[in-house]
Design a protein around this ligand. Sequence first.
Ligand code: 45D
Length: 173
Amino acid sequence: MTFTTDSAQSRFPNSFNYGTQPTDAVTSAVAVFQSLSVDDQLAVLWYAYTEMGRSITPAATGVARLQLAEGLLNQIKQMSHDEQLQVMRDLAAQKNTQISRSYGILSNNTKLAFWYELSELMVKGFVVPMPPGYQLSRDGEKVLEAIKQLDFGQQITVLRKVVTEMGVDPLAD
Ligand code: 45D
């Protein structure tokens, strides 16, 4: 049987048009996000999660996919709050650590699922919580507002782009 574009599409009827919609809104949200301080990046991710949480179902993030990140998540779960925060800061800052390299080999969707799971672990009390009253910078507020204005598919595109850049790719040159 010939594998046409049409049949490929019907095999993935619910997949968004990822990657083929680098609209200005998406591109600029990503650019502003990446200009934020590391702490603001973590805070914006957290706020995005609290806004989107209900639309992301654990089923959608794929249990099988998360198994690939399970060792990493278990390692983080066992750390002190200070160490957990350091790990997340190192990921966002692309600092070359063992964890950043393990993260770097995950697929883009698994990276997204990894952050999603970290948020869930924060909610359950296994991972360091956001400090109450954290003051986001003006650019942080702006990018969060911009993300809220996007549709779900675009929001995912933005998030995927920013988490894809985090960590360190151990195979890169
Ligand atoms: O003390 O595979 C600060 C679908 C200040 C389906 C801090 C999907 C100082 C296919 C740094 C703020 C597309 C649905 C402390 C996947 C200080 C598929 C701490 C999508 C303590 C995967 C800050 C999934 C901290 C999606 C601890 C859309 C911040 C997933 C922590 C989205 C922030 C996941 C964290 C998101 C944010 C996760 C852990 C948005 C995580 C966000």
